[in-house]
Design a protein around this ligand. Sequence first.
Ligand code: NAD
Ligand code: MG
Length: 393
Amino acid sequence: MIGISVLGSTGSIGKSTLDVLARHPDRYQVVALSANSDVQGMREQCLEYRPMMVAMADPDSARVLSRELAAAAPEITVLSGIDGLKAVATHESADQVMAAIVGAAGLVPVLAAVEAGKRILLANKEALVVAGGLFMEAVRRRGVIVLPIDSEHNAVFQCMPEGYEQGLDGKGVKRILLTASGGPFRTLPVEELASVTPEQACAHPNWDMGRKISVDSATMMNKGLEVIEAHWLFGAAPERIQVVIHPQSVIHSMVEYVDGSVLAQLGNPDMRTPIAHALAWPERMESGVSSLNLFEVARLDFEAPDLQRFPCLGLAFRAIEEGGSMPAILNAANEVAVAAFLEGRTGFTDIPRIIGKTMDSLGGQAADSLEVLLEADAQARETAERLLAGPVT
Ligand code: NAD
Ligand code: MG
């Protein structure tokens, strides 16, 4: 039996992961789960999957869950806070850890899983954006395997040659072609962007996801974060990563070789495919995803991204080029601005303005320690909140 811990089990990726695992009960055992504050969701998962340990990041939620499980499942240990998340990430019976917490909050737990030598199934792209250099250094030092869950990076991984970790040039890899749907506002008149609502932003045409990543897809910050993610995962300079708008989301990404070959991974847009791929790797197993019907798809379209419409994409390229703590600043300001937009405290087109101003006012520095990066994250959150409180120009 392969033991699995799921960080962020009550979210969109967490639920899809448990759905795939439930199809293979003879092969996988769910050993530990974590969530933030969704007590009801976690209680249901506890009763269905019977993990040994669960953690709620929010202490009050942990207390309520603990009381509720006392009679129904007294054998389950309930922990709380960051120590609880780390205990889930490093549980001795876990061989693999699904990192599916949203945002920079997932960084410390996933780093603990790396240090504990676990195989990492990485959905939490923000962890790599904030601390990609430190993360990859720890991965190499501990010799752990990281399998990307983000559909684009999972596709790139599937199209990469063996030994790509030693350098793309030596393996004849020319470029990574990262596909993007363009989100719900790809064709909306630009002057209407300022008045779009959270509900419109979260109604993604192809993917059913958590609210934060849905807004990121609408601003295309998601693709910007993914460029940074691909840079770290595949050792690719930003100029070797081309974003390609592909509205059907059938090609999940491509790798171009020096001989002109372009390899692509295709499939229905359902996260259970990359999840099952990573869980079973290097084998393959059923995911519950239906066959791709190319006759129904009928056509595949491509276009270049419009940086006027999607300034967040340009900000992400700027952050990775400046390097150091700048990607952490970009990410933190984005998290604050997106939360404010979802709460109705700011407009959609204020999101890139707040991020750009936060980057301008803080400036990056060398990212040589976790402390420096967490400090940059905290300062950027403070600055972005201050900008939100005043008039944004
Ligand atoms: P979600 O909002 O649906 O779920 C997030 C999970 O994290 C929940 O279990 C929540 O309880 C937990 N969580 C939230 N804040 C936390 C905190 N402060 N501390 C501890 N736990 C916390 O998000 P999602 O859509 O499942 O996305 C998860 C991650 O996967 C994100 O990094 C996202 O970018 C990435 N991802 C998601 C998809 C997708 O299809 N949903 C695709 C690619 C990548
Ligand atoms: Mg993606």
